[in-house]
Ligand binder design. Structure first.
Ligand SMILES: Cc1cc2nc3c(=O)[nH]c(=O)nc-3n(C[C@H](O)[C@H](O)[C@H](O)COP(=O)(O)O)c2cc1C
Length: 343
């Protein structure tokens, strides 16, 4: 059989799936700075999608670039994941479909979804094989954690089974099931898995900018790197990484105030009104890190009742701190007083 073309380019940069954050507005913002190679949607329940859950058209909106979007589903049983994969192949244009084997949210894990698939390698392998049959075209990935313990052999065997069953690539967020985001990830597992498997392994976790990216590429040689929270803080981070790879002197000037307004406008355009305030609060929780008095403005936004109040709070902030309106970022500053940073 001829090999399927993989939508995962070499040294890929990927946007992570994040509930409430990895929506179309964020992808549009990222694209406005040049985009990334693949962007995952926030995870969606396979069962909910099959039953026509009302908001799924927002969760599963693969715009503005369906050819670079990967849908992420979670399911607590194989039949519904397989049916959802089949239905999505008919209805939703996308570059790929991801099976969530990493979510440790208690209500999902206890029901048998997310990371709990890692308890049963045979069932996970069978699921991937059936999804492969249901979706012969397009990429299939699985995003997973190290698992329930530090047993590398177990992780390798689990992932080897997924590869044999037809997964095109894997994304490893190298934390144990119980580890919170505060603990540093075990990137060594990304390197070892990449060496041991015949399919690409993408690493994910704690990349805060071009320096972290370059260090992980050097040390672990992943097939790609996926960024989550930093892409919310700085939707231009992919452009920065690529720019500095090409040219060590690369710098961009980012319109911090304008990007904030664009984010709000995109939320109004692409999200239902009842999501506006929660989505905006989530986005600005991270984005405020670009501002000198982040704590103060974040608090105001988290307590704002609607987008109008957020706009008002931002307008007052930039009036008081005009120096925060834009930021030069990229190569280290050459001149004293230049606020450039590549972080
Ligand atoms: C708010 C939030 C929501 C998340 N939702 C998902 C999700 O829907 N699916 C998933 O596989 N991982 C989810 N994650 C995990 C991220 O995809 C990623 O693995 C994690 O944030 C580590 O990457 P980072 O350090 O680049 O943020 C979520 C993380 C955060 C912070």
């Amino acid at each position: 059989m001829p090999a399927r073309p993989s939508p995962l380019p070499p040294d890929a940069l990927l946007l992570a799936p994040m509930v409430g954050l990895s929506h179309r507005p964020l992808r549009e913002l990222v694209l406005g700075f040049g985009g990334c190679d693949l962007a995952y949607t926030e995870m969606t329940s396979a069962a909910g999608y099959l039953s026509g859950a009302p908001y799924d058209r927002y969760f599963l909106d693969t715009g503005p670039e369906p050819g670079r979007a990967v849908l992420q589903f979670y399911a607590v049983d194989a039949p519904r994941m397989v049916q959802a994969a089949r239905k999505a192949a008919r209805e939703i244009p996308a570059a790929g479909l991801d099976l969530n084997f990493g979510c440790s949210a208690p209500h999902i894990e206890k029901a048998g979804g997310g990371v709990s698939w890692m308890k049963d390698p045979g069932a996970a392998r069978d699921l991937v094989a059936r999804v492969r049959d249901a979706r012969p075209e397009g990429g299939i990935s699985a995003k997973l954690r190290v698992g329930y313990d530090e047993d590398y052999g177990r992780l390798r065997d689990f992932c080897g089974g997924l590869a044999e069953a037809g997964a095109d690539w894997l994304v490893l967020h190298p934390r144990l099931r119980s580890e919170k985001l505060r603990r540093t990830g075990r990137w060594d597992y990304v390197r070892r898995l990449g060496e041991d498997l015949d399919i690409p392994v993408v690493g994910n976790g704690d990349i805060r900018g071009p320096e972290d990216h370059a260090a992980r590429v050097r040390e672990c040689r992943p097939a790609g790197i996926m960024l989550g929270r930093e892409a919310v803080r700085r939707p231009w981070v992919f452009a920065l990484i690529r720019g500095l790879e090409r040219d060590p002197g690369f710098q961009i000037t980012v319109d911090i105030a304008g990007t904030a307004e664009t984010a709000l406008r995109l939320m109004e355009e692409h999200q239902p009104p009842e999501f506006h305030i929660s989505r905006a609060r989530r986005f600005f929780y991270y984005y405020c890190d670009n501002l000198s008095f982040a704590h103060h403005i974040r608090w105001k936004i988290q307590n704002a009742p609607d987008l109008k109040a957020i706009r008002q709070a931002l307008a007052e902030y930039f009036e008081e701190v005009p120096g925060d309106r834009s930021q030069v970022t990229g190569a280290r500053p050459q001149e004293p007083g230049d606020r450039g940073t590549s972080r």
